[in-house]
Design a protein around this ligand. Sequence first.
Ligand SMILES: NC(=O)c1ccc[n+]([C@@H]2O[C@H](COP(=O)([O-])OP(=O)(O)OC[C@H]3O[C@@H](n4cnc5c(N)ncnc54)[C@H](O)[C@@H]3O)[C@@H](O)[C@H]2O)c1
Length: 334
Amino acid sequence: MKILVTGAAGFIGSELSLRLAKEGHDVTGVDCFTPYYDVSLKRDRVKRLAAYENFRMHEVKVEDEAAMTAAFQDSAPDIVVHLAAQAGVRYSLDHPREYISSNIVGSFNVIELARQHNIRHLVLASTSSAYGANQKFPFEETDAAPHPLTIYAATKLSSELIAHSHSHLYGTPTTLLRFFSVYGPWGRPDMAFFLFTDRIFKGQPIDVYNHGDLMRDFTYVDDLVEAIRRLMDKPPVKGEPVTRNDSLSPVAPYRLVNIGHNEPVRLMDYIEAIETSIGRTAVKNMLDMQPGDVKQTYADVSLLKALTGYVPTTDVRDGIQSFVDWYRDYYKPD
Ligand SMILES: NC(=O)c1ccc[n+]([C@@H]2O[C@H](COP(=O)([O-])OP(=O)(O)OC[C@H]3O[C@@H](n4cnc5c(N)ncnc54)[C@H](O)[C@@H]3O)[C@@H](O)[C@H]2O)c1
């Protein structure tokens, strides 16, 4: 298959591209290597792909319509997986425009070009943050989600809506994936699991928000990639729901799917797993809740299971151990 992956230098995009390249697909990656976090880590992720002749990279911004048109022409994709985004909940408080540009304008370009190319399946990354202030747990894809708490969440919800209208008007089979706190080797330096590990190795204190009273449904990256890979082969068909609570749109070949572990972990237990893996105890700065944060995330994954027969299974202690092993090998901190 010919597959276009945006955000191919990112944490998830590079892992997915590697998986697809190994399977022998013709993969075109798109990424502009934003300086949001260490660009050399992004370059190193992509270096792993250089060995594959069936992978090529376009270093462009998704909001650059002409460059994206060329990337689509070069790829002539059957499937598009759109992962490029300005990510991060906390950064969005101070840098809202970057989210509007990448996540709304950029996503519109991808959605519009996917329509023009009449692709088989458009797969777009969304987020558990889309559930915003919802208090019904676990989060189900059919729950209304009208109360985003940050610009990040609002831009992701906006691109979900734009994709729906295009899917309705033009019939593009479209799946929106709501990811839940993804962690693992080659991960993102702005996320808690990475920051905690980094600071513990350096003997620096870690910031623990809401005095540790937070719960997250953490998803190991290999499990996430497996779920995405299976869902790529399941384009929605209008009028053909697979379960009673399928999020399939009544008017379009469009559905939302959660990808989470369905097992929220207390933040303090997560920190303990990192401390155990490193063999050191963290000095903890106990702080109040951050603006825009939610207390708990919890994914219902019954739709993912019905569609793919698969749900994430990696235990958080094993996933953290793999991450810490990678960190040791990559940064050589000891
Ligand atoms: N990692 C998580 O826990 C998580 C959770 C929920 C949703 N998501 C979503 O999953 C997707 C991938 O996330 P990730 O964790 O791999 O993040 P990431 O930041 O590592 O990857 C995103 C990539 O997109 C690129 N990018 C950003 N803006 C761009 C633009 N305008 N044009 C071209 N490239 C651009 C960046 O350079 C980066 O390499 C994102 O859409 C994110 O919002 C991630």
